[in-house]
Design a protein around this ligand. Structure first.
Ligand code: COA
Length: 142
């Protein structure tokens, strides 16, 4: 089931992110996102398996993060979350943006398979194990 997030989901978001990524957002960042951004949650049998954070601007929306818990990955949940994001903003936004680590092949494949394409690069945008890593900027045009 897909639904909007509530304050009680924040701890779960931080735990899933810490398990799934090398550079997770903090609990404080998720609390801030709940206040300032839109957060969608995917549950299966009542348990949170993934979530997506986005922000809406004039004519566009930006995907800020999408995470599926490691034990639930490769079952189509990431795709469902991003499809939900595309669907929610249809009619409101003309295009969607996101940034993704250049090395994040699984996420890039997911986005490409849904129609996102690269429209730019942000040099050294992310911290990395050694130094910095570029971000790939991707866009989806309705
Ligand atoms: C990126 C992420 C959200 C994908 O979630 P997921 O539920 O595993 O993805 P899905 O099962 O819906 O897969 C959809 C498509 O993504 C691609 N994909 C996902 N995981 C992949 C992997 N490990 N290797 C290659 N392709 C992969 C495939 O194209 C896949 O389609 P297919 O299964 O038909 O081949 C998940 O890997 C994740 O949480 N990663 C850590 C957080 C992260 O990096 N988020 C992106 C921030 S920009």
């Amino acid at each position: 089931m897909l639904r909007d997030a509530s304050a009680s989901d924040v701890v779960c978001f931080a735990n899933i992110d810490a398990a799934a990524t090398a550079f997770p957002w903090s609990r404080t960042q998720y609390e801030q996102s709940l206040r300032d951004h839109q957060c969608r949650v995917l549950t299966v049998d009542g348990a949170i398996v993934g979530f997506l954070v986005y922000t809406v601007g004039i004519d566009e929306a930006e995907l800020l993060n999408v995470v599926v818990s490691p034990e639930h990955q490769r079952r189509g949940y990431g795709r469902r979350l991003v499809e939900d994001f595309i669907g929610i903003n249809r009619g409101g936004a003309e295009r969607l943006f996101l940034e993704v680590r250049d090395s994040n092949d699984s996420a890039i494949r997911l986005y490409q398979s849904l129609g996102f394409f690269q429209c730019g690069t942000r040099k050294g945008y992310y911290p990395a194990e050694q130094g910095r890593e570029d971000a790939r900027v991707m866009v989806y045009e309705y």
